[in-house]
Ligand binder design. Structure first.
Ligand SMILES: NC(=O)c1ccc[n+]([C@@H]2O[C@H](COP(=O)([O-])OP(=O)(O)OC[C@H]3O[C@@H](n4cnc5c(N)ncnc54)[C@H](OP(=O)(O)O)[C@@H]3O)[C@@H](O)[C@H]2O)c1
Length: 305
């Protein structure tokens, strides 16, 4: 059987790069991987090309630049990025931009006869908890459902790599890290570099995943638990900064974060979170938080800078 042609949007990014990596692992006889990037000459695009990916130089804002590449594809990974358009003040504008890009890809794929579409979704927090960067993904899920075109939904939870971005300070021998959620809040998350494992399941057998959802959270850990895992693996004393729920709800604390993130964390803290069972059974090698730290040694350097 001929290899399946898969077109990956955002291939030089975290999620798209992971999707490419897992597909390439299956071999060229299984998947013919194509990837969309604005530049064929970036280091990442060149690395992917060397690994066997056909890079298409194109812009999500202009479907005429990528539409021809979708011809003959068996499936497409759709993932535009709200955060590239959000400046801290314009959530609706950023969401509209992201929605337009995702809709354009879906429409072009359908015009080109791509039989299946795979969307990188974010959970629906419901009407009580509006979160523009999640609601933009919900808009796309509803769009796909309305179109009735065959699709599968891969839900990305909180990226553990976010931890590396949190402010931290050294107090004596300890590192005090400002997690943006209360110390004991248990948050579902995953290593975003493993999202490709779930996407690959869909690409291997799209009929089986038609209309289905995969929740990729592989562990649920609080800042206290994350700090303990980081301390143990890295051999340095790391503690969270002592945030309580009351502290999280205070205007002083919330004023320190972009409003979009306040809405996101409020929603996560307020409604039931997906359990990791589905992700763990679909991909037993999925990292627990502690494995993720242990298997990515660059964390050590990032934490002691
Ligand atoms: N952070 C979290 O905790 C979290 C959790 C769940 C979901 N998410 C979602 O993850 C998504 C981001 O995914 P990611 O982290 O994989 O993104 P990323 O690493 O920032 O990569 C963005 C990709 O988009 C491509 N791109 C950007 N603008 C483009 C354009 N105009 N035309 C063509 N390609 C363009 C870039 O390619 P080139 O630069 O090569 O063109 C790059 O490959 C967001 O939508 C976010 O909501 C994040």
């Amino acid at each position: 059987m001929a290899p399946k042609k898969i077109v990956v949007f955002g291939i030089t990014g975290v999620q798209g790069g992971s999707v490419a990596c897992y597909l390439l692992e299956d071999g060229k006889d299984k998947f013919d991987v194509w990837g969309v990037s604005r530049s064929k000459t970036s280091a990442k695009a060149k690395e992917l090309e060397k690994a066997g990916v056909t890079i298409v130089e194109a812009d999500l804002d202009d479907p005429s630049t990528y539409e021809a590449a979708l011809k003959g594809a068996d499936n497409v990974w759709v993932n535009a990025n709200f955060w590239l358009y959000y400046d801290g003040t314009n959530p609706d504008e950023a969401a509209a931009h992201e929605v337009q890009q995702n809709k354009d890809v879906i429409d072009a794929a359908i015009r080109q006869g791509v039989p299946h579409i795979t969307f990188s979704a974010v959970r629906d927090f419901g009407d009580k908890f509006p979160v523009p960067h999640a609601d933009s993904k919900v808009t796309i899920v509803k769009y796909l459902e309305k179109l009735g075109h065959d699709h599968a939904l891969v839900y990305a939870p909180w990226f553990w790599t976010n931890v590396l971005l949190f402010p931290r300070r050294k107090e004596g021998d300890k590192w005090v890290v400002s997690w943006p959620v209360p110390d004991n809040a248990r948050i579902p998350g995953f290593d975003p570099e493993q999202v490709g494992a779930y996407a690959r399941l869909v690409f291997r057998d799209p009929e089986a995943w038609s209309g289905k959802k995969i929740f990729c959270a592989s562990d649920i850990v609080s800042p206290v638990e994350q700090a303990a895992a980081l301390s143990e693996v890295l051999g340095v004393d790391i503690v969270p900064h002592g945030l309580t729920r009351e502290g999280f709800d205070s205007p002083e604390f919330q004023a320190q974060l972009p409003h979009e993130l306040v809405l996101n964390y409020k929603a996560i803290l307020s409604i039931e979170n997906p359990k990791p069972e589905q992700a763990r059974s679909l991909y037993p090698e999925a990292y627990y938080f502690k494995d993720w730290v242990a298997n990515t040694p660059e964390r050590a350097k990032a934490f002691t800078k």
